[in-house]
Design a protein around this ligand. Sequence first.
Ligand SMILES: Cc1cc2nc3c(=O)[nH]c(=O)nc-3n(C[C@H](O)[C@H](O)[C@H](O)COP(=O)(O)OP(=O)(O)OC[C@H]3O[C@@H](n4cnc5c(N)ncnc54)[C@H](O)[C@@H]3O)c2cc1C
Ligand SMILES: *[C@@H]1O[C@H](CO)[C@@H](O)[C@H](O)[C@H]1NC(C)=O
Ligand SMILES: *[C@@H]1O[C@H](CO)[C@@H](O)[C@H](O)[C@H]1NC(C)=O
Ligand SMILES: *[C@@H]1O[C@H](CO)[C@@H](O)[C@H](O)[C@H]1NC(C)=O
Length: 520
Amino acid sequence: MKFPIVSLLILLSASWTISLPTQESFLHCLNTNSQISVPLSAFCSPNNSSFSSILQSSAQNLRYLEPSKPKPEFIFTPLYESHVQAAVICSRELGIHMRVRSGGHDYEGLSYVSEIETPFIVVDLAKLRSISVDIPDNSAWIQAGATIGEVYYRISEKSNIHGFPAGLCPSLGVGGHITGGAYGSMMRKYGLGADNVIDGRIIDVNGKILDRAAMGEDLFWAIRGGGGASFGVILSWKIKLVPVPPIVTVFTVTKSLEEGATKTLYRWQQVADKLDENLFIRGTVKKGQRTVTTSYNALFLGGADRLLQVMQQSFPELGLTRKDCIETSWIKSVLYIGGYPSNTPPEVLLQGKSTFKNYFKAKSDFVKQPIPETALEGLWTRLLQEDSPLMIWNPYGGMMSKISESEIPFPHRKGTLFKIQYVSLWEDGEKNAARHMDWIRKLYNYMAPYVSQFPREAYVNYRDLDLGMNKKSNTSFVEASAWGAKYFKDNFNRLVRVKTKVDPDNFFRHEQSIPPLPVK
Ligand SMILES: Cc1cc2nc3c(=O)[nH]c(=O)nc-3n(C[C@H](O)[C@H](O)[C@H](O)COP(=O)(O)OP(=O)(O)OC[C@H]3O[C@@H](n4cnc5c(N)ncnc54)[C@H](O)[C@@H]3O)c2cc1C
Ligand SMILES: *[C@@H]1O[C@H](CO)[C@@H](O)[C@H](O)[C@H]1NC(C)=O
Ligand SMILES: *[C@@H]1O[C@H](CO)[C@@H](O)[C@H](O)[C@H]1NC(C)=O
Ligand SMILES: *[C@@H]1O[C@H](CO)[C@@H](O)[C@H](O)[C@H]1NC(C)=O
């Protein structure tokens, strides 16, 4: 009986001697390397009572907050850019594995959990969230820790005819979101958020701040769609604002199976990518009371009269009527699409908080040909077997087809009719997690014949570790190319070349970071 106690004591004392110096030596190093001194209050260790609330603050997937998941040694919340620079220098110098978090929406919690390396720390950019909008220049500089909702709000504060085409969920952090692509309800008109970035500032592996001119076009290409945390820490983006009309129209029309949902969704597949570019209609499929319900949630960049003409001409099967249509401002359409109750003031966007948090697992597919009605029926059967399934079908076409596959790393362009996101949501923690994971993996297998193949494409911002995972710091190009091709198609090769050039020792790494080629 004696032995375990003694070894426990040894373990305990070992972890004390390791954990005490990490934060202290890090702090010491930061203050040696940062132009502006770093206060102790910028740190939070697990022994601090604020630790869980800070860790949880922006974490979106509750699966990764479970007690069984590894926790960072400490969370460092920089107050100035020079703090972030010093954090990179010191993590490297002290050999501490670093994760960087902006909005915390990563599907696999990669910004705050490392399942491949311990110890690790989290650098949380939540306090670097300034936004400066320049209407005469049609542009804005936005810091990585800002949410996309704050960006939309700050634009609308200065103009009702400017907007930005990025995500539908206002609490997304622009640091992670835009570097993975960033699609939203104006993508058919203007492309992705990443298509509308004109400059950026990044901290490289040496702790240097580089803008577009200093980083060069290869690296600037890679960070616009190549996914988070492979190339450096993005400090801020310069985005190009896009014109929006003073009045836009939104609507939601729902159809249950009994109301002909299958036929309507089949028709939607034939028209959604070919509609007027000003019109974005996404389909949401959920489980209702022993049935499946579909709903069509839309933004039209124009008034209701024009929208009704467009719908009459291209998609009369939906049966849209004048009273389904809500004319509003662009910023209010953001709240509508974001699911806020009507009359919520736009200022809610400044809270930068997400409206819901769940345990979830999600996967994505790209569809090139309409899925037959019989296959849809098989899909309904499967949805009805799960507790809380959700699918979001997101139309492509328009501007998305006009931008070439290699313009930025995001390759899902011409020929894509729509993207499917499959989600299973649950609330009871780890108890039934395996069952939900199993359900969604089987659903994904079922869908294989109906979606893109060779590669079966996936959206990097819907991070999915089922597709493959790096091992520790040393992953071969061949292993990573399996998931790399799904997210980036041929662009993966160029991403690897950029990575090899800018971070040959693979300092910026995680479960699905772009690997460098081995040094010869
Ligand atoms: C509820 C919900 C709704 C969503 N809706 C949309 C949508 O409408 N459109 C869409 O395109 N996507 C959507 N997404 C996906 C979203 O774009 C990605 O999860 C995105 O990566 C989130 O960025 P983040 O900064 O919030 O996340 P984080 O978890 O902070 O970061 C994501 C990844 O990027 C890295 N990273 C974070 N900040 C930086 C930085 N400054 N520099 C370098 N790397 C960094 C992280 O380490 C991590 O690997 C949604 C996700 C959720 C959970
Ligand atoms: C927690 O631990 C850190 C070192 O890891 C120490 O500096 C700090 O003072 C401790 N805080 C509390 C509240 O005990
Ligand atoms: C606990 O963490 C908070 C937030 O990081 C910080 O302000 C505070 O100083 C910490 N307390 C101690 C004793 O370290
Ligand atoms: C990486 O892996 C290769 C082969 O798998 C091995 O030869 C090499 O030494 C490893 N490098 C490091 C840094 O571990």
